[in-house]
Design a protein around this ligand. Structure first.
Ligand code: NAD
Length: 488
């Protein structure tokens, strides 16, 4: 049977993430039969809620998803609330009692999942108390699920990890990067390692460059407090973009298991060239969004310093120094208030060494593209014969595949897939500590070079809201004779 037995603890059970993502995902797993009778959820946070109120919150957060009201009610009956201050060790004793009762009541066999949907500053304390007060079980499994951000630089990530690793072994720590739950990101491995035509071509002999765009159309919204201390480099590059880079450049895993896959991803990130300040200046650009019509400039947003130097846009050129990717520029860009919301990957192949078609002035390079978000699918551009009478010219055409509506309708949300993985014990789509460390090492070098530059607010490049970033981002590719393929 596919039914899973699990007791889920949600620390931060009253929070935004829990209500917007976690409860709807758990409900989908319930509708699909992965969660049925043998599960319960303990929500904890500071507010003094009753079980009844909590269950009402659960029903509100899944409202519109239920087949019948009875189904929503029965689902919500598996939820229990425990008011709890994470700093107070007494509270863990109460939590343990409740957990042991629910374990018996629902026949859960000691499987416990601790989802820390709270500020990372609490992770160490929570893990310590979970072990110290024996909230963990002795039969079954004990796993912790951890949200981003995992540190704000290498040393804070290492000390955060030390605080957790004292109490939980690496293979029981699930660091969430929700980009790894997206179908089209997972599809990268299917295309790379399931198709011999790409196996043969996936290296510096045939790939000219790789381009990755993670663009957002929204501004900073209500996250300014956090964003001011983070910026686009820490918020998007350290995690999501470098994870995609690792999937695109890793060597083939020996077997398709979490351990082998993560080992190869670690090696890919280890091969990232860590830049000197001079190389940072050559290979990275940053920018901040400026006003456009009704759209405010970043510095005019609530809770943003009017002289803020925080970058809302980053573009860069990465080098992976391993046998297959040495010499292949990997261009990345991400930002807020860009022309469109998209995640797009373009693999640009080298052009033909010689053009034998006298009627065609220029052959276009082949490009394999992944559309990750809206209309998920893939594209491959080829040079094909132009229809004509007499002469023989070529024309660039695109083979295009998009998931149809029925497929899109059954595509699980990233969080739903990832939560099921944590319950099943599959760490493939979670970030290993070593991946986090190599990523921070790369990002820290850029951050440090920028911080040491001591520029004035006027010197930080602006870009117009609703554009694709500052001109410097186009210039970065133009210097190599390249241009951004994705141009919405
Ligand atoms: P939130 O502020 O909405 O919720 C925080 C929760 O922690 C609340 O339930 C609050 O009661 C609880 N809490 C705070 N201090 C406490 C204490 N001393 N004792 C007990 N409970 C306490 O935050 P959120 O947006 O839900 O984010 C939670 C985590 O998830 C953060 O690490 C965040 O970075 C991460 N995250 C959130 C989102 C999102 O979409 N909201 C996306 C990605 C990552």
């Amino acid at each position: 049977s596919k039914e899973q037995k699990v007791l889920i603890f949600i620390f931060g059970g009253t929070g935004d993430l829990a209500q917007r993502k976690l409860y709807p995902s758990l409900f989908n797993l319930y509708k699909k039969g992965f969660l049925k009778e043998n599960f319960a959820v303990i929500g904890t946070a500071r507010r003094p809620w009753t079980n009844e109120h909590y269950q009402q919150v659960i029903r509100n957060s899944i409202s519109g998803m239920e087949d019948t009201a009875k189904q929503a009610t029965e689902f919500s009956r598996h939820f229990y609330y425990q008011s709890h201050n994470v700093d107070d060790s007494e509270h863990y004793v109460t939590l343990k009692e409740l957990a042991d009762q629910l374990d018996i009541k629902y026949g859960i066999d000691g499987n416990r999942l601790f989802y820390l949907a709270m500020s990372p500053k609490f992770f160490g304390t929570i893990c310590k108390n979970l072990r110290g007060e024996k909230v963990t079980s002795d039969n079954g499994y004990n796993r912790v699920v951890i949200e981003k951000p995992f540190g704000h630089d290498l040393s804070s990530a290492q000390s955060l990890n030390d605080d957790i690793a004292k109490y939980f072994p690496e293979n029981s720590i699930y660091r969430i990067d929700h980009y790894l739950g997206k179908e089209m990101d997972q599809n990268i491995l299917a295309v790379r390692f399931g198709n011999n035509i790409f196996r043969a071509l996936w290296n510096n002999r045939y790939i000219d460059n790789i381009q990755i765009t993670l663009s957002e159309s929204l501004g900073v919204e209500e996250r300014a407090g956090y964003y001011e201390t983070a910026g686009a480099l820490r918020d998007m590059v350290q995690n999501h973009i470098l994870q995609i880079v690792s999937l695109l450049t890793m060597n083939a895993p020996v077997t398709f298991t979490d351990e082998d896959i993560r080992n190869e991803k670690i090696n890919a990130l280890k091969a990232l060239q860590v830049y000197t300040p001079k190389e940072v200046a050559e290979n990275f650009v940053r920018g901040q969004y400026d006003e456009n019509g009704d759209l405010k400039a970043y510095r005019q947003e609530a809770s943003v310093d009017p002289k803020s130097l925080t970058e809302t846009f980053v573009a860069g050129k990465l080098h992976i120094n391993n046998m297959d990717f040495s010499g292949v520029p990997i261009y990345i860009r991400t930002g807020k208030r860009l022309a469109t919301k998209a995640t797009r990957i373009d693999i640009v192949f080298k052009n033909m060494p010689n053009n034998i078609f006298s009627d065609t002035e220029e052959l276009m390079p082949n490009v394999l593209s992944f559309n990750v978000d809206a209309n998920p699918g893939m594209e491959l551009t080829l040079n094909t014969k132009k229809v004509s009478q007499g002469g023989y010219a070529l024309e660039n055409r695109t083979l295009k595949y998009t998931h149809d509506e029925a497929t899109q309708a059954i595509t699980p949300e990233a969080y739903e897939k990832l939560i099921l993985d944590t319950i099943k014990g599959d760490t493939t789509n979670f970030v290993h500590a070593q991946e986090v460390f190599y990523s921070w090492k790369f990002v820290d070098a850029i951050r440090k070079a920028w911080d040491e530059q001591a520029i004035t607010p006027e010197e930080l490049t602006n870009y117009i809201s609703n554009s694709m970033g500052p001109k410097a981002s186009d210039d970065l590719l133009a210097r190599d004779g390249n241009k951004w393929i994705f141009n919405p």
